[in-house]
Design a protein around this ligand. Structure first.
Ligand SMILES: [Zn+2]
Length: 339
């Protein structure tokens, strides 16, 4: 997928007119996302769309067969909330997927101990819901990652990139603006730097002596973190066909986040008041699924609407670099003359 044109036709732009009372010398450069109607954990405040913005639509067949995707999340709810649809889509299109969680999520649960145990269970359930082959956890302390050695997190990721032969990562944008969570930027920076170093021959040479091969991580999808964010977006992924995967991965987060058993709780609360929401169905499992789909997915539906899609997720995508060496060789072959 070298260019966007191959993915979804002509570059798309959202329809947005500047406010009529704005002096003409000001041209808006960032687009405000419609505020969530039902949940706080959703799309960020603003996106700036690059002029090569494309829509990544469903691709027929298994175009990613043989490729490996690492979905990396500081916490057990980050990938489900922000990129669950894209992960499920890429795996369905042929990727072998792995889920890597960096923290131990101790700060997210009824007690610290409960948070560690439940989120460990959840991380595996999320991986399963998205179709990942395996889930990993690094267990760094929650909300304390800025006190961890970033170089160690990076080294552990380099090891996994090489062992798993990762081609593509999905992770939080390492340049997220206004993110209050200290874990997010540390984890994302480590994941980004590990891409480059995992392909080199000089870093951690014992890996090679032990039989590992360099990893060529050539594609990156960086997602935003809400609600404060302002992110650069050059790829909108149509997740309409994978919205139920995304919903199930959020329901799988029982230990934390805005999903889990929230639907069942609302249903039970209404029942005590002698009321019900028909859309939540007649059992807890249905209530949890429908609650997430109807309320929590609202923001991705509203983002999708701007692009004529049912549901969408937005990314800063970095694709493979041109084959500089091969291009140079071709130029020399074409242009070199005899002495
Ligand atoms: Zn998080």
């Amino acid at each position: 997928m070298a260019t966007g044109m191959a993915l979804g036709g002509a570059p798309a732009h959202p329809a947005a007119a500047p406010p009529p009372d704005l002096p003409s010398k000001f041209t808006p450069a960032a687009y405000a996302n419609p505020a969530s109607r039902y949940g706080p954990f959703a799309t960020p405040d603003y996106y700036t769309y690059a002029d090569d913005l494309v829509i990544e639509r469903n691709q027929p067949g298994k175009p990613h067969q043989g490729k490996v995707l690492a979905a990396i999340q500081p916490h057990s709810d980050d990938i489900p909330l922000y990129a669950g649809g894209a992960v499920a889509k890429l795996i369905d299109e042929g990727y072998t997927g792995y889920l890597i969680r960096i923290s131990n999520d101790e700060a997210a649960g009824k007690t610290a101990g409960y948070g560690v145990v439940q989120n460990e269970i959840d991380n595996h359930a999320v991986a399963k819901a998205l179709g990942c082959k395996k889930a990993f956890s690094f267990y760094y302390r929650n909300h304390r990652m800025d006190d961890c050695a970033e170089i160690e997190i990076r080294a552990r990721l380099i090891f996994l990139y090489r062992v798993l032969q990762v081609n593509t990562i999905i992770v939080m944008d390492p340049y997220n603006h206004y993110d209050e969570n200290p874990d997010h930027l540390v984890a994302a920076r480590a994941a980004e730097a590990a891409c480059w170093m995992a392909g080199g021959g000089k870093d951690y040479p014992e890996h090679y002596k032990a039989g590992l091969k360099p990893a060529r991580v050539r594609e990156k999808y960086y997602h935003a973190r809400s609600p404060q964010g302002h992110n650069l977006v050059n790829r909108v992924v149509d997740i309409s066909s994978y919205i139920d995967h995304k919903v199930r991965s959020n329901v799988a987060n029982k230990g934390k986040g805005p999903a889990g058993a929230a639907g069942a709780r609302l249903r039970q609360q209404l029942a005590q008041e002698g009321r019900k929401l028909p859309s939540l169905g007649n059992d807890d499992e249905t209530a949890n699924f429908q609650y997430v789909k109807q309320f929590l997915m609202d923001d991705w539906m509203r983002l999708g609407e701007r692009f004529g899609l049912q549901y969408a997720e937005a990314f800063r995508y970095i694709g493979p670099e041109p084959n500089y060496r091969e291009n140079l060789r071709k130029y020399v072959d074409t242009n070199a003359v005899a002495l």
